[in-house]
Design a protein around this ligand. Structure first.
Ligand code: NAD
Length: 408
């Protein structure tokens, strides 16, 4: 993950005329904190967990990015994810660099009280390097607004003043923003609309397949359904269901569990691999990384692939898809709606003045459409794919800010 990101960053900086010293600065995060901390489990035993916080580059402003609770979290992953956050903030022109954190754990096997103690322990362990004007966490895979609330409460206790701007993705009553819960999916939906226009595909009746039915995937399915598209396949970690006539999305949302799982309710399931290869117009990987690789890129039938997950398509697979004329919109653009509304939440917390959902949606729409147009224009001007164009725009701001600061 980190290696392929570095390859594209190198190419982007080269195209923009920056020298190798800039690549040396930006190829890895400036800071990575690894922590080990104890958590008392419900049976009285104590378990030691390992967590990370990675801060890619703070030349533009404080760093910002989610916290992931997952058994595969490691140094390499948080480092790559924090770089992607920098790129997303560059693309959407937010005054942040990228950050990312995570705890190596399986939250599905933990009780609510254990999760609370885990969340609070993590904040105590990383508290020195985070804060409203240093590094602002948010939700990511298997973390949610309740976990953000515990983390905000712990940070406020440590600092001895209420600090809503320390973290985003909070419940509305604690200073969360209208529209944050659905922001990533709404952003993806806006990008799908723009991509469909470029490919001359009418969203009315367009066949959409979505891998993953958590925060990003399930709300996106709803938005696509409401826009008149036919969602013909969706999946979770255990399997997928498909129906060429369209699925009942409201029913699935009602029945899925808090980890985005629903497929165990069905007997006629297919695999995630089969789901990705379904005949459709628009494919949205919205689960985890490395789902479209050299092994299945030639079997993908969609004419548009919009990456809602982080890193679902490898660099080699991107080339294969692009050669076949598939229009691929990269993750750092398509899923940037999450960090954009997180930024809105941080602004509102700092102002103590709160916006309506319509205001949030309007502002998000403008930022996403502008970002898409810029990247599309650069991809045409430089004759490069959308991923490289997105990297060029994302990295330029960091490179310029680092130059002005005299770092290079
Ligand atoms: P989530 O935890 O709410 O849901 C994840 C979904 O993916 C669930 O349906 C789960 O069953 C499924 N899944 C997990 N492992 C899988 C596997 N091996 N194969 C197939 N499906 C699997 O997570 P989310 O917040 O919806 O995030 C999904 C993706 O979107 C991640 O890559 C995340 O980094 C990215 N993303 C999320 C946000 C956000 O605001 N939530 C913002 C930007 C990017």
């Amino acid at each position: 993950m980190l290696l392929s990101t570095q390859t594209v960053i190198h190419e982007a900086l080269h195209k923009l005329g920056f020298q190798d010293d800039m690549f040396e600065l930006l190829k890895e995060p400036l800071r990575l904190l690894k922590v080990r901390f104890p958590v008392r489990m419900d049976d009285g035993s104590v378990k030691i967990f390992t967590g990370y916080r990675s801060q890619h580059n703070d030349s533009v402003g404080p760093t910002k990015g989610g916290v992931r609770f997952h058994p595969e979290v490691d140094e390499n992953e948080v480092n790559a994810l924090s770089i992607w956050m920098s790129l997303k903030c560059g693309i959407t022109d937010l005054p942040f660099g990228g950050g990312k954190g995570g705890i190596n754990c399986d939250p599905r096997s933990m009780s609510l009280r254990e999760l609370e103690r885990l969340s609070r322990g993590y904040v105590r362990a990383i508290s020195q390097i985070v804060g409203p004007s240093k590094d602002i966490p948010a939700p990511d895979v298997y973390t949610n607004s309740q976990i953000m609330a515990w983390m905000m409460d712990e940070y406020s206790r440590l600092r001895e003043f209420d600090s809503p701007a320390f973290i985003t993705g909070k419940p509305i009553v604690l200073g969360g923003s209208q529209g944050r819960e659905t922001a990533t999916a709404r952003g993806v939906a806006i990008i799908i609309e723009e991509a469909a226009k470029k490919k001359g595909i009418d969203l009315q009746g367009a066949r959409v397949v979505i891998q993953g039915f958590g925060n990003a995937g399930s709300y996106l399915a709803k938005f696509m359904h409401d826009a008149g598209a036919k969602v013909i396949g969706v999946s979770d970690v255990y399997g997928a269901i498909a129906d060429p006539n369209g699925l009942d999305i409201d029913y699935l949302i009602e029945r899925r569990d808090s980890f985005g799982a629903f497929s165990k309710l069905f007997t006629n399931t297919i695999t995630n691999k089969e789901l990705l290869e379904l005949d459709c117009d628009i494919l949205v990987p919205a689960a985890i990384a490395n789902q479209i690789t050299v092994h299945n890129a030639l079997d993908i039938k969609a004419s548009i692939v919009v990456e809602a997950a982080n890193g679902p398509t490898t660099i080699e697979a991107t080339k294969l898809l692009t050669e076949r004329g598939v229009f691929l919109v990269p993750d750092i653009l398509s899923n940037a709606g999450g960090v954009t509304v997180s930024y809105f939440e941080w602004v509102q917390n700092n102002q103590g003045y709160y916006w309506t959902e319509e205001e949030v949606d309007q502002k998000l729409q403008k930022i996403m459409v502008d970002a898409f147009d810029n990247i599309y224009r650069v991809s045409k001007t430089y004759k490069v794919d959308m991923r490289l164009a997105a990297y060029m725009i994302g990295i330029r701001k960091l490179a310029e800010a680092s130059t002005f600061r005299g770092w290079i």
